[in-house]
Structure formats: C-alpha cells, structure tokens
Write a protein of this length. Sequence first.
Length: 331
Amino acid sequence: MSISLGIEYDKRLMLFSGRANRPLAHLIADKLGVELGPVTVKTFSNGEVYCRYEENIRGADVFIVQPLCGNEDEGISPNDALMELLLLIDAAVGASAHRVIAVCPWFGYSRQDKKSAPREPISARVVARMLEAAGADRVVVMDLHAGQIQGFFAKPVDHMTAIDMLTRYFADLDLPDLVVVAPDAGRVKLNKNFASKVGAELAILDKERPAQQVAEIGYVIGDVRDRTAVIVDDMIDTAGTLTAAGRTVLDAGARRVLAAATHPVLSGCAYETLAASGFERIVVTDTIPLRPSAPDMIRVLSCSDMLTDTIRSIFTDSSVSAIFQGENQLF
C-alpha cells in the first residue's frame, strides 16, 4: 500500500474511500500507483454508520476521499456521507495515523455560509468544526461556494479549482462568437476569469432570490444577440436557476447556450428540468457521482488528475499552489 516516488521517505501514503464517490477514489488510486485501502463501511438497520480499517495504518499519511454528497447507488444521503467521514477520521486518529487528510472535493453545506435570516445556523462553519474536532489534520476542497469558508477552519485547507480543465474544454471546442455569462453578481469574478482564459467577452444576468432554491432572472447586462453563450457557475443543484438563466439568454437573442459547473449536485427534478431547458451542452466534473439516467447533454470531466497531483504534493510536503501557478482562489 506504499507509494514510491523515486525519493526516500520514512512515511507511507495510504488512500481510502467512503461510499460517497468510490469511482473517483479508484481513479486517484490508479494514478498514484497505489491500491485503494480496504475499509469496511456499512449502515446498521437502525441507521447508524459503522467503519473499520482492515489493515495497519500506524504512522501513515491517510487520505480519505469523501465528498459530502449523497450516492443513490450506495443508498446514502449527504448526512450519511458526513457522518461516515467523521468516523473514518476518528478511526484513523485512534489507529495512530501520522496525518489524516480529508479529501472533500464537494464540501457539503457550503451554501449555508452566513446568516441570511435571524436564528439560522452557519452550517458550513459547523461542518468545518466537526471535521477538526474529529481529528483531520488538513482538508482538501474544490471550488467552494464562497472562498471565505476557508476561514472557518483553524487547520490547513487546500482549495482546488476546476477552472483550468473547464476552460481548456471550451477552448478546444473553438466556439464562434463566444460570450461568457455570469448567472449573478456573485459569480462575476469567476466568469471574468473564465472569459479571459477562453478569449471571450463577458455578460452578467440580474438575479434575485426571493426564497431558498428559488431564483428570478431579470435581464442581461451585455451583448449576447446572435452569439454562443456559456453560463458558468460553481454548482448546479435543482437546475432552476440555470434553466431560468438559459431562457433569459435565449430570449435576449443568443444563438446557442451552454453551461459549465464544477459540482453536479442535480437534486430533485434537476434531470427533467435540464432535459427541457434548451441547453446544448452542460459540462461538469466528477466531484459528485451522477445519478442514473442523466440527460445526454451532460458531459463529465474527471478531476482525478488534479486531486492526484494535490495528494502527491501534500505527501511530499511540496507546493500545492504551484499546481495552479498560484491561481487557485478564483471562485
């Protein structure tokens, strides 16, 4: 289970996975040249989670791949995934691992990063405290909903971004008359960087959110008429916001509309909503596994290469930000 990097190390790298996204963990293991470590994870009949490492991990750097998402195939919810990760961290600490690193490419509860109304919790902060209390030495995340969530942690946080792989994909398509459209003011920085990397102009949508998971799109600021529009966001959940944005852009005269996002949450009726949305293509990554019967317009890019490089850099105590030339704070 050790890894050989051509350098002498007194420590071992061991990779494990919970049930949230085992396919991604297997891809990372293959690229690292290690086997995914054996671990028993199950849910008792009363709903409680159990886990146990099936081999010695004393003195090893233990990396646990577990996005905080549900997995329909495994029969777990996001809350199950969180509890599972907490117990895996605690078990690794109790088994005398040298370091325990939680690899959470999708950081659940990240949208609840502030109080929007009286008497609400700041749930993202609670999750951060839970991971640290369980014993995580550092956390790897990808494209947080708000970069400031890193401030909820006292332990190191490595913030990855999928913007390079997404922009390379669209640059290779060589789309004519391309314009990048920010779905709201909060995503202008992301979309401005995206537009710069693909050599496109920028437009912005006026959006209001009267209630949770409800979005109202007003109008387009910028020129999209007779152009190919790409709407870029960090995540797609129910797809209501994205669909409304796409219709607004098409109504403003765009010839084609596509979308890109890092995290395909795609909950509820998202598949049916997207199938009738008019989007030509929607590009996402595999931070979250897709449920069966996804619409044909969805394309999935793997973030396993990036996470592999990150894990290798953490293990060898080399620079993580160098993977992105220091540009990993774009969301």
